[in-house]
Design a protein around this ligand. Structure first.
Ligand code: FAD
Length: 522
């Protein structure tokens, strides 16, 4: 039977290593590549303007690549469970294909859509390609529980073997019998909206440092992979949070949106490593991709992973509610230039270095302001180009010493930490130009500068730039004591393993099995 297929792009905004798309093309006579602007996921309040720009760029790039294959992207708006059944009927669809997505919202959505597809006699195919491994398999291999340490994850993936090799993008040959029926009205009916058409305020947008799209993702990957020595000697802790240009790859937005296949990234690294002495996980670049896998696995196996309450592995902490402190942190007004410079870079550019994320996350939570990691998670979700449900939640739990990492007595200094890699404070000068004339001696602590120096720098602390919101030396010691109390109250469930707590142990059939019942998985 020759099929009429919808390939539903959600993440996975690429043609290379797209097994669901290739499956859609098998015995296919008509292909409709669809992207749905889902109001739930694209909630304007939750998604910042930089991320919107990245998404629209990625869609344009995808449409351009599809055009080269005589196809087009169809952008539709609405809830997928409302939109897709209409398209099934309108286009007489017989097959729906998409990439497996493990976010709780996506699993529920896909389960509903799968039932609706069945009702319309539409075959459903989905494939794993957003992660290196089928993470359900990792959980199964660990007796139905997500591994809670990196070492454990490494041991499990070792038994599974290397990740699947990526598959090539479809060619004209793959498309020779396939048509995409698109009308003259395509732009009007199914075109990619501009930011303005979406009613977004584009005024805050700066230079597009990380343009969205598969072509740019592959270009960036190529550029980095040419640096054999750099790749082979990469050790994450040796990279700098405050270099003026990024000291790591900044491939994260591309991996998050699926403009770059994580398996392509992995195997390109393998090629670079071949025959060369190289660093190893957890600090190597392969190691970074395994961190991603680690948090994805945890996020699938631990209910309520993005919350403290109801999250059985998360230490329950009596965080304060302090809207003023939270706003000061979010708006780069803490009075600590290193923290404020990072938050400014985040707002302006949508990406900050991993250790910069460490510094501001520790400051907001257990280090200084004693505000819940969930609040920080929300701000990051809005402002990060790479905002990722699983990675954001997992890393915030780590940094707040709530889950995975327990050395709560190790607190980042908002002054000393940045100085280690940027004594002169050039990073602060770049992102907080009003402090740029301070001498290096005072740039991290401008409040200590004598009045004459503040005057000479043209910036009076308390008037032009705020006094420190808290006294780090004092508050961090108190907070360590508060953390100690929270740890003392931890239930054995939290301190030992999630396996003993209710709802965490997942027996096969797993979620993937649940959907498999409804869909035909090839
Ligand atoms: P590289 O060092 O070049 O690493 C290569 C790739 O490995 C990255 O692109 C990313 O896909 C993956 N990776 C690297 N570090 C981690 C990590 N710690 N955890 C998981 N995957 C990793 N990353 C996100 O992609 N989305 C998020 O929402 C996110 N939120 C975070 C929140 C906090 C509080 C912290 C501390 C970290 C967060 N991270 C998040 C992880 C990490 O900071 C970024 O992935 C990394 O900085 C991206 O830059 P890069 O691509 O240059 O990384």
């Amino acid at each position: 039977m020759a099929h009429t297929c919808i390939h539903w792009f959600r993440k996975g905004l690429r043609l290379h290593d797209n097994p669901a798309l290739m499956a859609a093309l098998k015995d296919c006579k008509q292909l409709y590549p669809v992207f749905i602007l889902d109001p739930y996921l694209q909630n304007k309040a939750c998604v910042g303007i930089n991320r919107w720009r990245f998404l629209i760029g990625a869609l344009k790039d995808l449409d351009g690549s599809l055009r080269k294959l005589n196809s087009r992207l169809f952008v539709v708006r609405g809830k997928p469970e409302d939109v897709l059944p209409k398209l099934f009927t309108k286009w007489k669809v017989t097959r729906l294909a998409y990439e497996y997505d493990t976010e709780p919202y996506s699993l529920q959505r896909d389960s509903k859509v799968t039932s609706l597809a069945k009702e319309h006699g539409v075959e459903v195919i989905y494939k794993v390609s957003h992660t290196l491994y089928n993470i359900d398999r990792i959980i199964e291999e660990n007796n139905g529980k997500p591994p809670l340490t990196y070492t454990k994850l490494q041991a499990i993936v070792k038994t599974i073997g290397p990740p699947k090799r990526p598959i090539p993008a479809p060619t004209m040959d793959d498309m020779k019998d396939v048509k995409t029926p698109s009308s003259e009205n395509h732009e009007k009916e199914y075109g990619i909206p501009t930011l303005e058409e979406l009613g977004l305020d584009t005024a805050p947008l700066g230079e597009d440092l990380f343009p969205g799209g598969e072509q740019e993702a592959l270009r960036r990957l190529d550029e980095h992979m040419k640096r054999t020595k750099w790749v082979c000697s990469f050790e994450k802790p040796q990279t700098s949070p405050n270099s003026l240009s990024p000291s790591t790859t900044v491939l994260s937005p591309y991996v998050t949106f699926g403009c770059l296949s994580v398996r392509t990234f992995w195997w390109r690294l393998t090629e670079v490593y071949r025959g060369n002495k190289h660093s190893d996980p957890p600090v190597s670049l392969h190691g970074q991709l395994l961190w991603r896998e680690f948090f994805y696995t945890a996020s699938l196996g631990i209910p309520n992973f993005n919350k403290m309450e109801g999250n059985s592995v998360c230490t329950q902490v009596d965080w304060d509610t302090n809207p003023d402190y939270l706003a000061a942190w979010r708006e780069a007004r803490t009075g600590y230039p290193f923290i404020d410079a990072i938050m400014t870079q985040l707002r302006q550019e949508g990406w900050i270095h991993h250790l910069a994320r460490h510094a501001v996350a520790c400051f907001l939570t257990r280090g200084d302001l004693w505000i819940s990691w969930e609040e920080g998670q929300k701000v990051f979700e809005q402002l990060l180009l790479d905002g990722d449900w699983a990675l954001n939640a997992g890393n915030w739990q780590w940094l707040s010493a709530s889950t995975f990492f327990h050395q709560y007595f190790r607190v980042y200094s908002p002054v000393a930490f940045g100085k280690k890699t940027d004594k002169n404070g050039d990073y602060i000068r770049k992102y907080l130009p009003l402090l740029k004339k301070f001498p290096a001696e005072y740039i991290y602590e401008p409040w200590k500068a004598p009045r004459s120096i503040q005057q000479a720098a043209g910036c009076i602390v308390g008037k032009d730039y705020p006094h420190p919101i808290v006294q780090h030396e004092v508050i961090s010691k108190k907070n360590i004591q508060r953390m100690k109390l929270a740890y003392a109250k931890r239930s054995p469930d939290t301190t030992e393993s999630p396996s003993k707590s209710k709802g965490v142990k997942r027996k096969a059939p797993s979620i993937i099995e649940m959907i498999k019942k409804k869909a035909k998985v090839k």
